[in-house]
Write a protein that binds this ligand. Structure first.
Ligand SMILES: Cc1ncc(COP(=O)(O)O)c(C=O)c1O
Ligand SMILES: N[C@@H](CCOP(=O)(O)O)C(=O)O
Length: 462
């Protein structure tokens, strides 16, 4: 299996190379040159298997012979050993035809753990056998950063630098990033919003001297392995509700478009997904795009679902690549136009997107109302991001079972939840001592040269 860039102008790579590389050298994102498919029988045979067994069957065609089967099974087993629920991604029922996929039973209480715990194991295996070290730089609106730190802390051959927007993540998210004492962890509170952090990260990748000098690697969802790991739970949950014998729809709280794009890949692999519903908060660029065919950047307005406060939605580029029939030049042209603030999607590409995706937006007041509704009508305490998903899903219910992804544990956003329902969700026991630990964080300006120097100096000092 070879991996190609969405902008069509970067070297083709193997799975392992693409994983360790992150962003393609033409600024694009890596995708597999073909999407492997699974037959109805192969999907039906997943019923009753463990999460880990399904993970192996879904991901194996994408990794080819990168690892032996035994090696890959060992990697998967170690990745999910620290999850606190046997099903890993359990379903709870919210209504007659509406289910919630709880994706917050991993070590940092967000869906990011599903991919990041796996990537941590994949990197360790690959770096050890190649005798290499890397510098991971990640951009986060809160959850990717804590998941990355948890997955890579304490490793000798990895430094992990996390850029988060100063003052725009929850207190718990910040403490998850600033309290680990490991010397290879560097939490950087940057001025600006998440889009600024992600732009600086991409600037670093596009500076080849810096990139090659520090051996830069990326663990944001620009990394194909992140997306791939997230494909698995679409299979486990759809099969548990009767797929492939019946269709299933999903609603996904969306920001950087990685999670819902994983659902699109599951569909392309043969999982009978009817609709994939994009749920945004008030930062609704993706919903506006689906309605108007114009992707137009506006400023980000901080919300009570901060992890979705995103306007430059990185993985939408991958969706555009498929909507434009794999035309890398067309995608590169759109991304060039985006530098000026907006681009328009052609009619054919828009039809292709609308064949798979619906969308909706949730205001701040509606998010609060939905947290209340969830608690009162179902007993489920929703985090604000998951509440955005449930609100939009409730508007898209029909005869096809709907699964909404619950992307974070409510205890990561206790103020928003307590304000809505008067109950302060408690952190699980393994995280309670975090509140008293000292924080280690460096405030940094939104300046590329400053960041590059800091990173080089920190690596030299280790
Ligand atoms: C809790 C939570 N929900 C939803 C999202 C949006 O996911 P994606 O960026 O994959 O669209 C994020 C951030 O990625 C998140 O942290
Ligand atoms: N919401 C994310 C933003 C980064 O997304 P990623 O999936 O590209 O890593 C976060 O919590 O950091």
């Amino acid at each position: 299996m070879k991996y190609i860039s969405t902008r069509g102008n970067a070297p083709e790579l193997t799975f392992e190379e693409a994983m360790l590389t992150g962003l393609a050298r033409d600024g694009g994102l890596y995708v597999p040159e073909t999407i492997p498919t699974l037959s109805k029988d192969e999907i039906a045979a997943m019923a009753g298997l463990s999460y880990e067994e399904v993970a192996f069957r879904v991901m194996k065609p994408f990794i080819g012979d990168t690892f032996t089967d035994e090696e890959f099974k060992g990697i998967i087993a170690r990745a999910y050993a620290n999850f606190r629920h046997d099903a890993r991604a359990p379903l709870v029922q919210l209504g007659p035809n509406h289910f919630l996929m709880e994706l917050f039973h991993g070590p940092t209480l967000a869906f990011k753990d599903f991919a990041m715990q796996l990537i941590g194991q994949l990197f360790q295996f690959s770096l050890a056998r190649r005798n290499e070290r890397v510098t991971i730089v990640g951009a986060t609106s809160g959850d990717t950063g804590s998941a990355a730190i948890e997955a890579f802390r304490g490793l000798d051959n990895v430094d992990v630098f996390i850029l988060f927007p100063d003052g725009r993540v929850s207190d718990i998210q910040r403490k998850q990033m600033t309290t680990p004492a490991d010397a290879n962890v560097h939490a950087l509170a940057m001025e600006g919003d998440f889009d600024d952090c992600q732009a600086k990260l991409k600037d670093m990748f596009n500076d080849f001297e810096f990139r090659d000098g520090v051996k830069l690697a990326g663990v944001n969802s620009i990394n194909w392995a992140r997306v791939l790991a997230q494909v698995v739970y679409y299979f486990t949950t759809a099969v548990s509700l009767g797929a492939p014998a019946r269709n299933i729809s999903f609603t996904v709280p969306t920001g950087n478009f990685g999670d819902i794009f994983a659902g699109y890949i599951a569909k392309k692999m043969g999982l009978p997904i009817d609709r994939l519903v994009i749920a945004t908060n008030q930062n609704d660029i993706l919903h506006r795009t689906m309605e108007t065919a114009a992707y137009t950047k506006e400023g980000v307005t901080p919300s009570i679902s901060p992890s979705m406060d995103i306007q430059v939605s990185s993985n939408f580029e991958r969706a555009l690549f498929y909507a434009y029939g794999g035309d890398g030049n067309a995608v590169a042209q759109l991304m060039e136009e985006l530098k000026e603030g907006s681009f328009s999607i052609s009619q054919g590409a828009m039809e292709s997107l609308r064949d798979h995706f619906d969308s909706g937006r949730t205001s701040e007041a509606e998010t609060v109302e939905t947290i209340k509704w969830g608690f009162t009508h179902t007993g489920e305490v929703l985090c604000p991001h998951s509440a955005c998903g449930v609100k939009v899903a409730n508007q898209h219910l029909n005869e096809t079972p709907m699964i909404t992804l619950a992307t974070a544990h409510p205890a990561k956003f206790p103020d928003a939840v307590e304000n809505a329902i008067g109950v302060r969700p408690a952190l699980p026991p393994h995280m309670q001592d975090m509140m008293d630990k000292p924080e280690r964080v460096t405030k940094v300006p939104n300046e590329l040269e400053h960041l590059k120097t800091l990173i080089k100096d920190r690596i030299a000092a280790r």
